[in-house]
Design a binder for this molecule. Structure first.
Ligand code: AR6
Length: 176
C-alpha cells in the first residue's frame, strides 16, 4: 500500500484547485502549442512562456518544472510525450518515462498532490486504452516505491470516452 489516492476526473485541468502541480503534455520546444498545452499557457498567462524560454527545450520522456503564474496551483510540470508511430519506436517506454520523470520532479519539490492530462493521446495519437494502462501502472509503481510522498495522483480527462477508459483502468489495476 502506497497510501496514495488515485482518481480520474472529467474536466479542464487548468481549473483544478485541489492540486499543488499540474502536468502539461508539451512538445520538445516547451514553447506552447494547441490542446492542453495551449489551454495551460492561456490560463497561466505570459509569464509561463517567458520562463519556458529559459529552459531551452526538453527531450521526449523527460520533464521540466516551472511556476504556475495565474493558475491556481504552485507548479507546472512539462513533459513532451512520444508521437505514436505504430508502437515500434519505443513509444510505450517513453510514455512511461514521462510519468516517472514528472513524479520524480514532483517529489523533489515536495509536491504531494498532482494532476496529469492524458499525455500523448490527442495530437500525438497514442491509443488511449494503452496509454491509460501505462499511465496508471507507472504511477502506482512509483507511489509504492515512494511511500508517504504523494497524497493524490489524479487525471483530468477532457472527454467522456477518455475519462471512462482511465476510470476502468484504475479499477482494473486497483491495489490489493
Ligand atoms: N484539460 C485536460 N485535458 C485536455 C485539455 C484541458 N484543458 N485540453 C485538451 N485536453 P493533446 P498530446 C486533452 O493534443 O497528444 C500540443 O500542441 C485532449 O482531449 O493536448 O500529448 C503540444 O504542444 C487529450 O485527451 O496532447 C504538443 O505539440 C489530451 O488532453 C502536442 O499537442 C492530450 O491531447 C502534444 O500532443
Amino acid at each position: 500500500m502506497s497510501g496514495t489516492v488515485f482518481k480520474a476526473v472529467r474536466g479542464d485541468i487548468t481549473k483544478l484547485t485541489d492540486v499543488d502541480a499540474i502536468v502539461n503534455a508539451a512538445n520538445t520546444s516547451l514553447l506552447g502549442g494547441g490542446g492542453v498545452d495551449g489551454a495551460i499557457h492561456r490560463a497561466a498567462g505570459p509569464g509561463l512562456l517567458e520562463e519556458c524560454r529559459t529552459l531551452h527545450g526538453c527531450r521526449t520522456g523527460e520533464a521540466r518544472i516551472t511556476g504556475a503564474y495565474r493558475l491556481p496551483c504552485q507548479y507546472v510540470i512539462h513533459t513532451p510525450g512520444p508521437v505514436w508511430r505504430g508502437g515500434r519506436y519505443n513509444e510505450r517506454e517513453l510514455l512511461s518515462s514521462c510519468y516517472r520523470s514528472c513524479l520524480e520532479l514532483a517529489v523533489e519539490k515536495g509536491v504531494r498532490r498532482i494532476a496529469f492530462p492524458s499525455i500523448s493521446t490527442g495530437v500525438y495519437h497514442f491509443p488511449v486504452e494503452e496509454a491509460a494502462g501505462i499511465a496508471v501502472r507507472t504511477a502506482r509503481k512509483f507511489a509504492r516505491e515512494h511511500p508517504g510522498k504523494l497524497e493524490l495522483v489524479e487525471w483530468a480527462l477532457f472527454d467522456d470516452r477518455t475519462w471512462q477508459i482511465y476510470a476502468d483502468e484504475m479499477e482494473k489495476s486497483e491495489e490489493d
